[in-house]
Design a protein around this ligand. Structure first.
Ligand code: IMP
Length: 431
């Protein structure tokens, strides 16, 4: 297959970075189509750890074209810093390999300030955002007051709009959020500096991707966050401000519907989430602490400890349906080593009713009780496994049951952090 999207099936942090990085080896072009630097992909390549926030994971392979589509919101200062940090480590040295959509919206310092001030004021009602200004930037996009990258071309006009926006946002910060206003001159200076750095990357990414698809090039679409953080289909309002499901490829890359060959969903062998919101299979106490430590479950973007839970097949089935998933990559199976028994949530109870599919209205998730199936664990290390036959029998049974409950074939299994610590059953680019 030539065009493949990778999406998270839970609340983000499913280990998409590693799988995308691995698949990028077989792709010609790697594309981000939604979200911003609220995403963070941690990758270990040749023993070196990298965290990518805006640049697609293809950047760690030589000669892959990296595309940031119009559906993203991009903090130009953060983008420049990320490019500079990669270059300082000898990666991503050819500027012609980055294509940034001229229609993508910019995240401005006032978006960050509003995001943080709102969260601080919300207290216990806070969403637990990453604080990078993502929600306020998407708000401006929908309100038609946002600034897009192509506006940087005519700097005088851009500056006029920017000054108007800063005045509006400062009034809002001061009067409603009781927060400190920002210095207009500082933002204008920053944007002047950043402009020269980003202009060479601007591109009509839709035209570029259509041409690449026509030429039969392999294109990998790299989803950020996860299905349960999707603005429409996730646990609203504890979600991010973009569509994270595979359908967002068609508006946010963009690629025309019908041209996407396969969707690979990524899930952890257990579940995590950061920030507030319902989490039916959440575990607290010593076992959660152990999994958090073993799995290094601290946010790559913010360092926050992640909440931990058992694998939830009700969520997985929803993700399979919403994304039209071709296969499932289950990551971090090794983290479950030594835990006995293991639990998998196969249904929810709500009042006297049992639900094997997600009940309507995400608010119901606050009230559901998970119905668990228990399975025996294993003690052997999994890190050297490169085929299913290398795994202990109980680990194989766990995988089979998870795939059966989710209703999707397994495509890959992660057994450790390095690129090579993956059992590949089906690589979508090679079928
Ligand atoms: P925002 O995207 O910063 O507005 O945050 C909204 C919600 O999405 C919060 O609960 C965040 O913790 C969560 N979130 C955003 N990006 C990620 C991610 O990449 N991984 C996990 N959670 C995320």
């Amino acid at each position: 297959m030539k065009t493949v999207a990778v999406v998270g099936t839970q609340w983000g942090d499913e280990g998409k970075g590693k799988i995308v990085d691995m698949l990028a080896a077989d792709a010609d072009v790697v594309v981000r189509f939604q979200g911003g630097n609220n995403a963070a992909h941690t990758l270990v390549v040749d023993g070196e750890k990298f965290i990518l926030r805006l640049i697609p994971a293809g950047a760690l392979h030589p000669n892959k074209v990296c595309v940031i589509g119009n559906g993203t919101v991009v903090d130009p200062i953060a983008l420049n810093e990320e490019i500079a940090a990669l270059r300082a480590r000898g990666r991503f040295t050819d500027p012609s390999l980055l294509k940034l959509s001229c229609d993508a919206h910019m995240v401005m310092p006032y978006h960050r300030a509003i995001d943080r001030a709102r969260e601080a004021r919300a207290g216990r009602r806070a969403i637990g955002t990453t604080g990078f200004g993502i929600g306020p930037a998407y708000e401006d996009k929908m309100a038609r007051t946002g600034l897009r990258f192509d506006e940087l071309v005519n700097y005088a006009r851009f500056r006029e709009k920017l000054e108007r926006n800063i005045a509006d946002k400062n009034a809002y910060l001061r009067a409603v959020l009781k927060a400190k206003p920002l210095k207009a001159s500082e933002i204008i200076d920053q944007m002047k500096r950043v402009r020269a750095c980003v202009l060479p990357y601007l591109c009509d990414t839709g035209a570029y991707l259509a041409e690449a698809a026509d030429a039969g090039r392999r294109i990998l679409f790299e989803g950020a966050h996860g299905t349960m953080l999707d603005i429409d289909h996730g646990t609203y309002p504890f979600v991010t401000s973009s569509n994270c499901i595979a359908g967002a490829v068609f508006s946010g890359a963009p690629l025309a519907p019908g041209r996407l060959d396969a969707v690979l969903g990524i899930s952890k062998a257990y579940t995590t989430r950061v920030g507030g919101g319902p989490f039916p299979t959440e575990i607290k106490g010593a076992l959660a602490n152990r999994l958090r430590t073993e799995g290094e479950e601290f946010g790559s973007a913010t360092g926050r400890p992640r909440r931990i839970g058992w694998f939830d097949a009700v969520l997985a089935r929803l993700a399979v349906r919403l994304n039209g998933m071709w296969g499932l990559a289950l990551t971090k199976l090794d983290v479950l080593t030594g835990i006995d028994p293991l639990r998998v949530c196969m249904a929810y109870e709500l009042g006297k009713e049992r639900h094997v599919e997600m009940p309507p209205g995400r608010a119901a998730l606050e009230r559901v009780r998970p119905v668990y199936e228990e399975m025996p664990g294993w003690r052997e290390s999994l890190s050297g496994a490169r085929a299913l036959d290398d795994l202990p029998l109980n680990a194989r049974h766990y995988l089979e049951r998870v795939a059966e409950l989710a209703g999707v074939p397994l495509a890959m299994v992660g057994v450790g952090a390095p690129r090579e610590a993956t059992i590949v059953l089906r690589n979508p680019f090679l079928v």
